[in-house]
Design a binder for this molecule. Structure first.
Ligand code: ADP
Ligand code: MG
Length: 227
């Protein structure tokens, strides 16, 4: 218990730090955006300006994502539970990720149980979990691959597995992927899976990972029908 308390105090402190950093980053990013817009207007004739400002926009977007992840990590959890269909939720996430998945040459195969029961859940939080896992899967397959998404029911749990054919996770790293700020990516925040872990725990569920280096990774999420 003492360990758990220390762990949660540690997480709260990290959360406060994340929120502080996010707020510090937000203002300068806002100013950069405004200045770039002005440059686009005033120097529209200058050669190369479009290319440069597009590059700045891309980096600014990237920073926005990081700031949003930091804020999500630090935000005290407001929960809003309602009845939802996990199959529909997954279809929704896939439809707005479609362009990204196509660009990354990820082929998605769905095996959704049509008899899957509705569950009580916070749909926004669960969507974020699936987005995180799907984005990670795409990032693990830089030259394309398959993503198999399966849903099924056992007893009073709904089970979702997401299996990619990506680079996999080494035995050393696999114990750390749910830790806040653990990342193996150049521009990663290491927050996606730790936020996802907290969200699934909040639902009384669990999230597990199984991976073979160079072969692929499977995330399995188990959610109780009633939390
Ligand atoms: P980030 O994506 O910012 O690095 P995450 O918390 O989403 O942070 O993931 C943490 C780490 O877990 C990643 O940096 C990567 O090493 C590993 N990881 C997560 N998902 C996968 C996957 N599908 N395949 C391979 N490695 C993964
Ligand atoms: Mg991620």
């Amino acid at each position: 218990l003492e360990d758990q308390l220390r762990q949660s105090e540690h997480l709260i402190a990290l959360g406060q730090l994340a929120t502080g950093v996010a707020h510090e980053l937000r203002n300068p990013i806002g100013i950069i955006k405004t200045l770039v817009d002005l440059m686009k207007q005033e120097y529209s004739q200058m050669s190369g300006i479009e290319e440069y400002t597009r590059a700045i926009d891309e980096q600014v977007d990237r920073q926005d994502t990081v700031i949003q992840e930091l804020l999500d990590f630090g935000r005290p959890t407001k929960v809003s539970i309602r009845e939802c269909s996990i199959n529909d939720l997954i279809m929704g996430v896939l439809s707005f990720s479609a362009a990204m998945l196509r660009k990354q040459k990820v082929k998605v195969q769905l095996h959704l149980d049509p008899k899957l029961p509705q569950i009580l859940a916070d749909t926004e939080k669960l969507k974020q979990v699936f987005v995180n896992i799907i984005v990670n899967a795409a990032e693990a397959m830089p030259s394309g691959g398959n993503l198999d998404i399966t849903t099924k029911q056992t007893d009073d749990m709904v089970i979702v597995s997401l299996a990619d054919t990506g680079e996999g996770i080494s035995g050393d790293d696999i114990h750390r992927i749910f830790d806040p700020f653990f990342t193996t990516k150049q521009a990663g925040t290491g927050l996606g899976l730790s936020i996802s872990y907290q969200s699934i725990k909040l639902h009384g569920g669990m999230i597990e990972v199984d991976s073979t280096p160079y072969n692929g990774t499977t995330f399995t999420i188990k959610l109780p029908v009633t939390p």
